[in-house]
Design a protein around this ligand. Structure first.
Ligand SMILES: Nc1ncnc2c1ncn2[C@@H]1O[C@H](COP(=O)(O)OP(=O)(O)OP(=O)(O)O)[C@@H](O)[C@H]1O
Length: 923
């Protein structure tokens, strides 16, 4: 951008063009409406002409007003853009919103509003500036919409250059004139207003050039697109809407969880956030140093289990939201070890990115190119970390990134790839001075060592802030006891006894207090005081006592079984899923209220919210898996894996059948499928995705009598024979076909190792070929499991034979297919043109395919050799690849047939040879 500078003599000159990282001095900006032929242009200023034009007065006004406000620099659109330079014009239009946003002051000059009272007609003197203000042309123009919304400070001036008020003082008028809600006028992020609402704001406004009506919205939607003057308004709006749709689709695919919802859920499940119990942090000197000192980039909050770190970070998020200016970004993520969707480094980056892009949509530009090639898999496949960390790095380096706060809670609960996440934080913290980080964890030596490498770090140890924590916990105790006393109608004596016990034994541990109070909620009023001695100090002692109580209760076996199961499932299960997995709950399978009651009996280990069962705290799960392991798993964990496997097979056998969601046609696309209510898969969803995992975990033990076995006559084989195809449909409905592909491969490996059952092994091998070959079709259209998958399988495929009855009857002439599965394992579809090279990685887990010649699609794709998922698409224009040279270990040429199997135009069928460990180039 180029600014104007007013010197002491009142002379105005243009500055140099600021590019890249050039620091731009604080400046004021003018907003006005243009008058044809009267405006001073860039050329005028360069040639020293235009001083006699009427528009020059406005420029001088802006310069003088800026000087009064202590700003020597200012910007006026008529003369600061060289419109004869198309590149500069394009960049200016795409950046204009930000220029207005970054201005310290925006002066709106209203040439048609006068403060001089004058006679409107013969007998009236009521023509005041307010009415002229309401009717001003400024409110009817397209570009002035962003000039009203983008800057924080907007001041309005009359024709006589007299100040009329500002955006805040004139809010009521502006709202009535424009229909724009107060929140938007007060600077709320525009991304929080719906598209329809934002389009409405421009509807009645006009622009001189018709396309500008759409182009003037680019900043309001925070998207970029090339300008094509002459395309017409319809086309410009169409392209704008397409751009917005692409943005929304990318954002939808990026979202694996919404950390805003996670925060709310965590607060709700933990009984609500008590402001008085975290407010101490605002006065803490370490926190203040981190917040106020530009050099302090990272705050590490550390403390023992249950000391209130998570709730403290929830509080910090709330406080930052209140105190930071609206253009700043705030993104956060709460790791939870008990939930596989929230316990990996990839999940953390994905969640942080999601919130960042939601607030500043233009940041999506850093992922769009890759995303446009790879789609959702970019964020999900095994290489997601590589892609996400690269995108994140670009965002952190983006000069347009607003000041940003990034908050990650519970690093110690990041189970997968914590070291990668730590390395990333350590490496990226110094990258941008506009980004501040807060992370929390337990007192882990390893985390401390890694974070110790960050120079600009502040450590905040809860154990070293005993006084503050003690006061915070005492406030919490008083709050909880008052609540209990009210709910349970304690008399004063009981209330005081409970209060005294908690104050004396809490040891500055919030969680201990929370657990005791949870227990007291279930204790009869008359028994409360006597029961207090059952709550010894210390978390582990408390858990032990809770376990003892469970063991002595009437429902001990059931509670222990539920606790064991919840400790080892791969994700939190729903109440319905739980009833299907625990035999002892059979009698109340349809009675969710009773299941809830039983969960409540499991001491204070478990809690449930919106039908999903969670551990009350990670430390509860840790306790069950370690200290209480022999109580909860008296016959070892294998026995519980077995039970889950066995029950999973039962529930799937009961519920899986053809067309469970009543889809209208065989080609019904998976992306349009919505979950019916009631959901036929509600009880078996977990089992469908994870039964093979439990089978792999289970090591048959001769001492236990298993009715289920891996023999030719066993239940596993019967399940596959009777339900395999319905299971594939269910996996597709659960959007879990890639997991299914990996499961069947694992299954095959396990069964070859463990079972002495030829028929079962053959069946599983056939099942594996079936899912690999038809993965794409079934994943995209669930019912294709019964159509193309069957019809295009070899005549002697065991699965085809078993499910012959499901083949569409109306296909009377069936394609001639080989008798046996051929050399083709699966079809990898994705390149839009011919492929000229492929190569396996050294460990055979990855396959690279290149369509890299000039006339091809100029991409290299990396595939997971097991699941066939496309992991990454590399743009060959960016990656220098000589297709004839060594690449990715070795390059192999493969046979391919274009469009075989009637694949999509340009689709390619690859023959991946069974002997893939022995890659030899073939012509
Ligand atoms: N400010 C607060 N307001 C309300 N409840 C709180 C607050 N701080 C702590 N608690 C209570 O204490 C419990 C433990 O707090 P929290 O989960 O934040 O501890 P933590 O230090 O993160 O534990 P861990 O490291 O083991 O995960 C919460 O479940 C909640 O019930």
């Amino acid at each position: 951008m180029r600014l104007l500078l007013r010197n002491d003599a009142g002379e105005i000159s243009l500055t140099k063009y600021f590019v890249g990282d050039d620091p731009i001095p604080p400046y004021a900006i003018l907003s006005h409406t243009w008058k044809e032929g009267h405006e001073v242009t860039f050329r005028d200023l360069m040639d020293g002409t235009g001083l006699d034009k009427a528009g020059y007065d406005k420029i001088q006004f802006c310069g003088r007003q800026a000087e009064r406000d202590g700003l020597p620099y200012f910007w006026v659109d008529t003369c600061c853009i060289d419109k004869s330079n198309p590149v500069e014009l394009r960049d200016a239009i795409n950046s204009m919103f930000r220029w207005y946003q970054d201005a310290v002051r925006c002066y709106v000059y209203l040439s048609d509003v006068s403060t001089v009272k004058r006679k409107a007609n013969d007998n009236s003197y009521q023509y005041t500036w307010e009415r002229a203000f309401r009717e001003s042309r400024w409110f009817t123009r397209g570009w002035t919409l962003q000039e009203l919304l983008a800057p924080t400070s907007v001041e309005f001036f009359s024709r006589e250059q007299k100040k009329l008020g500002n955006k805040r003082s004139l809010r009521q008028h502006i709202r009535e004139i424009t229909g724009i809600p107060n929140a938007a006028l007060e600077g709320a992020r525009l991304s929080q207003f719906s598209n329809t609402e934002r389009f409405l704001w421009i509807q009645c406004r006009q622009t001189k050039v018709e396309e500008d009506k759409a182009y003037s919205l680019l900043g309001i939607f925070d998207v970029e697109m090339p300008l094509r003057y002459g395309e017409g308004s319809t086309s410009a709006f169409k392209r704008l809407e397409e751009e917005i749709d692409k943005l929304n689709k990318c954002l939808r695919d990026l979202r694996s969880t919404d950390p805003c919802d996670d925060k709310k859920r965590i607060e709700d499940t933990k009984g609500g956030l008590l402001v008085d119990s975290y407010h101490w942090i605002l006065k803490n000197s370490d926190f203040q140093q981190w917040r106020d000192n530009q050099q302090s980039r990272l705050l590490w909050v550390k403390g023992d289990p249950g000391k209130g770190k998570t709730m403290l970070l929830c509080g910090i998020v709330d406080e930052l939201k209140k105190s930071i200016i609206k253009t700043n970004l705030l993104s956060y993520f709460f790791c939870q070890a008990t939930d596989s969707r929230l316990n990996s480094a990839t999940a953390v980056l994905r969640g942080l990115l999601y919130l960042l892009v939601k607030q500043q949509p233009s940041l999506i530009s850093h992922m769009r190119k890759k995303y446009d090639h790879a789609g959702k898999t970019l964020f999900e496949d095994p290489n997601a970390w590589v892609a996400l960390s690269e995108i994140f790095t670009h965002i952190l380096q983006d000069p347009n990134l607003s000041s940003t706060y990034l908050i990650i809670d519970a690093l110690d609960e990041c189970i997968t790839d914590l070291s990668k996440l730590l390395a990333f934080i350590v490496e990226k913290t110094p990258v941008s001075s506009r980004v501040k980080w807060v992370v929390s964890s337990r007192n882990c030596l390893d985390i401390g060592k890694r974070l110790g490498k960050v120079g600009q770090r502040v450590n905040l140890s809860l154990e070293l802030n005993t006084e503050s924590i003690s006061m915070a916990v005492n406030i919490y105790i008083r709050h909880k006891v008052l609540q209990l006393a009210e709910d349970k109608m304690y008399n004063d004596k009981t209330r005081d006894a409970v209060l005294a016990h908690l104050l004396a034994n809490a040891n500055n541990t919030f969680l201990w207090v929370a657990l005791v109070c949870q227990n007291l909620e279930k204790t009869l009023r008359w028994n409360a005081v006597a029961k207090l001695s059952a709550f010894p100090p210390g978390l582990d002692s408390l858990y032990e006592r809770m376990m003892e109580q469970i063991c002595n209760s009437d429902d001990a076996d059931l509670c222990k079984r539920i606790l064991a199961l919840i400790s080892i499932v791969y994700r939190p299960v729903t109440l319905k899923e739980l009833t299907s997995l625990v035999e002892m709950l059979d009698d109340i399978a349809d009675d969710l209220a009773s299941t809830r009651e039983i969960i409540d009996l499991c001491g204070s280990f478990l809690t449930h919210r919106e039908g999903i069962i969670y551990f009350v705290h990670q430390s509860a799960k840790d306790f069950l898996l370690t200290t209480a392991s022999s109580t909860v798993f008296p016959s070892g964990r294998e026995e519980v894996y077995y039970a889950i496997l066995s029950r999973s097979l039962q529930v799937m056998s009961r519920t899986l059948q053809r067309n469970m969601y009543n889809l209208g046609s065989l080609g019904y696309p998976a992306e349009l499928v919505t979950q019916p209510d009631p959901d036929p898969l509600a009880a078996s969803r977990y089992s469908c995705v994870y039964w093979v995992n439990h089978l792999c975990n289970w090591i048959p033990n001769a001492s236990i009598d298993h009715s289920l076995d891996l023999q030719d006559s066993g239940a596993v084989k019967s399940f596959l024979e009777e339900k395999y195809l319905y299971w594939l449909e269910a996996l597709s409905l659960c959007k879990s076909i890639p997991e299914g592909v990996v499961s069947v491969a694992r299954f095959e490996a396990v069964i070859q190792e463990r079972a002495n059952a030829c028929a079962l092994i053959k069946l599983v091998q056939d099942a594996r070929r079936f899912i690999m070959y038809h993965k794409w079709a079934i994943e995209n259209c669930p019912l294709q499991a019964y159509a193309s998958a069957l019809v295009f399988s070899p005549a002697r495929s065991l699965i085809r034979g078993l499910f012959k009855k499901e083949e569409p009857r109306w296909i009377t002439i069936k394609p001639a297919i080989e008798d046996e599965w051929g050399a083709c394992l699966q079809t990898l579809e994705g390149h839009s043109d011919a492929v000229n090279s492929v190569a396996f990685s050294h460990d055979s887990t990855r396959l690279a395919s290149a369509s890299a010649s000039a006339s091809y699609d100029r991409t290299v794709k990396i595939w997971d050799a097991n699941s066939g998922a496309c992991l990454q698409t590399l743009d060959v224009t960016q990656v220098e690849i000589d297709v004839n040279s060594d690449f990715y270990g070795c390059l192999a040429r493969c046979l391919y047939t274009r469009g075989r199997r009637g694949a999509s135009p340009g689709g390619i069928t690859w023959y991946l040879f069974l002997t893939r460990y022995l890659i030899h180039p073939v012509s």
